[in-house]
Design a protein around this ligand. Structure first.
Ligand SMILES: [Zn+2]
Length: 103
């Protein structure tokens, strides 16, 4: 598994390929994440970040807390997930389901 500069270079390549595009299909290997596949389908990718050996795909809601969702106009919410900030649209992404999943 790449890390450090290698994972950043890989993330840059993935970001170049995906930035500005909308997801057409989302698939998670982990069963507990399956319920989020539908709510992330059709959302624009804005960046690909790295954390350790992980590649993090950022979507249109990232760092837009309080601003209107591009899809429905509902203000974007900022919640904590595993000690990290997470941005989402409470209407499009069903906050109650997400908070239940992360507690
Ligand atoms: Zn929305």
């Amino acid at each position: 598994m790449p890390e450090g500069p290698e994972i950043r270079r890989a993330a840059d390549a993935v970001e170049t390929a995906l930035k500005g595009l909308k997801t057409t299909a989302v698939w998670f290997a982990q069963p507990r994440l399956k319920r989020f596949e539908a709510s992330l389908t059709g959302i624009e990718v804005t960046a690909v970040d790295t954390r350790g050996k992980a590649m993090l795909t950022r979507f249109l809601v990232f760092r837009r807390a309080g601003l209107p969702c591009y899809r429905c106009g509902t203000p974007i919410a900022k919640v904590r997930r595993g000690g990290q900030p997470c941005y989402l649209c409470p209407r499009c992404q069903k906050v109650a389901e997400i908070e239940k999943d992360i507690s």
